[in-house]
Design a binder for this molecule. Structure first.
Ligand SMILES: *Cc1c(COP(=O)(O)O)cnc(C)c1O
Length: 360
């Protein structure tokens, strides 16, 4: 068996310990004589799995009691519709557009109401987070929407827009559990699992209880109502059971590593290894404004498409997978999520140094 260093943006690397544990339980979960994949979602065993997963996530993120945790399907992209359908009482939303995912969310919102783009960084290929001071929120906006970490471009918010009593909604698909977060600042946080917390097929929604109401937009399907899922403990229909089981194991793994403070420390250390090299290299350059750099997704270029392609090819041959940048940006991108060991980042930088020396 050979494991590579997988720098994919998502689906992405998972902790090896989690995969091994799941493998060990594949045929017989905890004495049930069956795999979690084969088990009723209404069984005692699965009840334990989903309750434990929620409990550990609540502990990790310090989620207050007046927030619900939902395990849903449809990916992060379905939330782009579900959020307006459930929250757009006045049919107005304020959006800050910092990348493709933020843009898609704003476009989806327009199906349901008026979307005000308060700020955008599209003028410079989303290489920065717009200045948040002096943003004028719309009086009648139902919420303010941000994408907290921009997976494709490699930027993140280091501070939040001061939305006052306006509900702040955040897509944290690519940085949830990478550092501590003050959940009380948000009305709703969501994250597709396949970046930092588990397999594709699960999306975690953390939503303040007062935002969960019957009063949704006309035509909202049952399955797209937060209330249905909240009232049924995410078991209204068959949930993505195996995915939730793996997420639960990842949550435990994060807890064993020391929780979110510890994750932040190690993530900062990992990112610094790569950014420090990018800042000193005469071949490779980072593509975003330094103060807005993501800890999770690190895009870089050589300035030559040919050299970029050569690098990606040789890196792959050396066991560094999925370093090709997103098709909209080109170049390279190393996603260094929680589960990427520091050894992987160090080895990548050594490889980059060697490549630089050989291709001067
Ligand atoms: C990957 C990603 C999405 C889309 O996720 P899907 O689960 O494929 O819908 C949305 N937002 C962000 C920030 C992402 O990284």
């Amino acid at each position: 068996m050979k494991r590579v260093y997988n720098f994919a943006a998502g689906p992405a690397v998972l902790p090896e310990e989690v995969l091994r544990e799941a493998a060990g339980e594949m045929l017989d979960y905890n004495g049930t004589g069956m795999s979690v994949m084969e088990m009723s979602h209404r069984s005692k065993a699965f009840e334990g799995i989903i309750n434990d997963a929620e409990k550990t996530l609540r502990e990790l993120m310090n989620i207050p009691d007046n927030y619900k945790v939902l395990f849903l399907q449809g990916g992060a992209s379905q939330q782009f519709a579900m959020i307006p359908m459930n929250l757009m009482k006045n049919r107005v939303a304020d959006h800050i557009v910092t990348g493709q995912w933020a843009k898609k969310a704003a476009q989806e919102g327009k199906i349901f109401g008026k979307v005000n783009i308060l700020a955008s960084s599209e003028d410079k290929t989303f290489s920065y987070i717009p200045d948040l001071k002096g943003l004028k929120f719309s009086e009648d906006a139902d919420y303010v929407y941000i994408c907290h970490n921009n997976t494709i471009y490699g930027t993140k918010y280091n501070e939040l827009p001061e939305t006052g009593d306006k509900v702040l909604v955040a897509d944290m698909s690519s940085d949830i559990l990478s550092e501590p977060v003050d959940v009380t600042k948000y009305g709703l946080i969501f994250a597709g699992a396949q970046k930092n917390i588990g397999p594709a097929g699960v999306v975690v929604v953390i939503i303040r209880e007062d935002l969960i109401t019957e009063d949704v937009l006309p035509g909202t399907p049952t399955m797209l109502r937060y209330k249905i899922h909240a009232d049924n403990g995410s078991l209204y229909n068959t949930p993505p059971a195996y995915g939730i089981y793996i997420c639960g194991k990842v949550f435990k793994w994060v807890k064993e590593k020391g929780g979110l403070e510890a994750m932040k420390k190690i993530n900062e250390e990992k990112a610094a290894i790569l950014y420090d090299y990018l800042d000193s290299s005469s071949m490779f350059k980072g593509t975003v404004v330094k103060k807005d750099r993501s800890l999770m997704n690190v895009p870089f270029v050589t300035g030559s498409d040919e050299l970029d392609a050569k690098f990606v090819k040789e890196a792959k041959a050396a066991g560094f997978e999925n370093l090709k940048g997103h098709r909209s940006v080109g170049g390279m991108r190393a996603s260094i999520y929680n589960a990427m060991p520091i050894e992987g980042v160090k080895a990548l930088v050594e490889f980059m140094k060697k490549f630089e020396a050989e291709n001067k």
